[in-house]
Design a binder for this molecule. Structure first.
Ligand code: CO
Length: 211
């Protein structure tokens, strides 16, 4: 058995001990159930661990991650997480958190095949097409990449706002905020893109659902 494999199991036992030292009831309380106020939709990238970078504990964030933090409205996995978070857990905030240097977004800027994932990356290429004028006008490649990461997050915020799940919650006058953030792998800081939605008023007319 690899050393790393054994090491992470030992890390787990050490973590349990440190949690119990701080609060002997820590796991008893968690085992009663969860009521996280946040749903996090982030990238699968190993460098962007939701709890660690936000200083949140077990029980505080409901998490969905995939390549390039995409909200694909036919993705049953994402929809199930979203429905459970909004309707069962009644989260108050949904955060789409992208990150600079995202490999999925970078792949979408390139024409190179990387296998099956080409089909997932296609959704990100659609975002490029929606913002082609702005992105093509940025001469410097790194700047264009950074901006593509940002507009991708913004599109995913609106994709969440367009879902029947989120619009239904707003229709029921529930307090539900959708935010777009970008994490800096190079400095650890989160940038709020200030595209928060709390109702469907920013959506184009064709996407508004009348209940
Ligand atoms: Co990424």
């Amino acid at each position: 058995m690899s050393k790393l494999y054994e090491q992470i199991l030992e890390n787990n036992r050490n973590w349990v001990k440190s949690k119990l030292d701080q609060d002997p009831d820590f796991f008893n309380k968690l085992s009663q159930g969860q009521k996280p106020p946040l749903l996090w939709i982030g990238c699968a990238d190993s460098r962007v661990p939701a709890n660690e970078i936000t200083g949140t504990q077990a029980g505080e964030v409901f998490v969905h991650r995939n390549i390039a933090n995409m909200v694909i409205h036919t993705d049953m996995n994402m929809l199930s997480v979203l429905d459970y978070a909004v309707n069962a857990l009644q989260v108050r905030h949904i955060i789409v958190c992208g990150h600079y240097g995202c490999g999925g977004v970078q792949a979408a800027m390139s024409n190179k095949s990387i296998g099956l994932i080409d089909n997932w990356v296609r959704h990100i290429k659609d975002v490029y097409r929606f913002h082609q004028e702005e992105l093509d006008a940025i001469q410097e490649e790194k700047q264009r990449f950074d901006r593509f990461v940002e507009v991708n997050v913004i599109e995913q915020v609106y994709d969440l706002a367009k879902t029947s799940i989120v619009q239904n919650a707003w229709n029921e006058k529930r307090d539900l905020w959708v935010h777009g953030w970008v994490y800096g792998i190079h400095n650890g800081l989160i940038k709020d893109l200030d595209v928060t939605c709390k109702d469907n008023s920013d959506l184009e007319e064709v996407y508004k659902i009348k209940f």
